[in-house]
Design a protein around this ligand. Structure first.
Ligand SMILES: Nc1ncnc2c1ncn2[C@@H]1O[C@H](COP(=O)(O)OP(=O)(O)OP(=O)(O)O)[C@@H](O)[C@H]1O
Ligand SMILES: [Mg+2]
Length: 129
């Protein structure tokens, strides 16, 4: 990575918009802004909805790494009982689309587990930017 940027946000639903603005400003004219905004939106929403980041006093971190060929977007959450999982596309129920959208637009994505939380990350290509 040529450079790395990081910001912490309170674990509140309205902070997801701030995370979008943060990444859009950083990638302005030098990255895949629309895809990055989508990815950070879904990951931050998941952190707030599905992990302890969304409980009182919780927080999540957005980390953006700029490489020559890719942008790595990471959202660090505070963990909990649930585990990120890709839902299959045959289900009729609402929800379960966020990680599938990320898998569709990212070169690669994954999950790192820490003692007190997780990082869900996605790499986007910078080609053509
Ligand atoms: N950071 C996370 N930590 C723990 N579990 C997670 C995390 N992100 C997602 N999950 C789990 O993986 C499931 C799938 O996530 P996904 O974002 O695809 O769907 P969703 O959040 O349930 O619905 P949607 O994103 O379509 O509104 C979630 O329902 C949740 O159980
Ligand atoms: Mg989701």
């Amino acid at each position: 990575m040529r450079s790395k940027w990081c910001r912490a946000f309170p674990g509140l639903p309205e902070q997801v918009a701030h995370a979008r603005h943060f990444i859009a400003a950083l990638l302005h004219e030098q990255g895949p802004v629309e895809d990055a905004v989508l990815v950070v939106s879904e990951l931050a929403t998941n952190a707030v909805r599905h992990t302890l980041s969304g409980s009182a006093g919780g927080w999540f971190l957005v980390v953006i790494g700029l490489g020559d060929d890719l942008v790595r977007i990471e959202v660090v959450d505070q963990g909990g009982d649930r585990v990120p999982r890709l839902c299959d596309s045959t289900g009729q129920e609402e929800g379960g689309r966020g990680l599938r959208m990320i898998a569709a637009c990212a070169k690669d994505w994954g999950v790192k587990t820490w003692p007190e939380g997780r990082t869900v990350w996605a790499d986007l290509a910078r080609e053509g930017v």
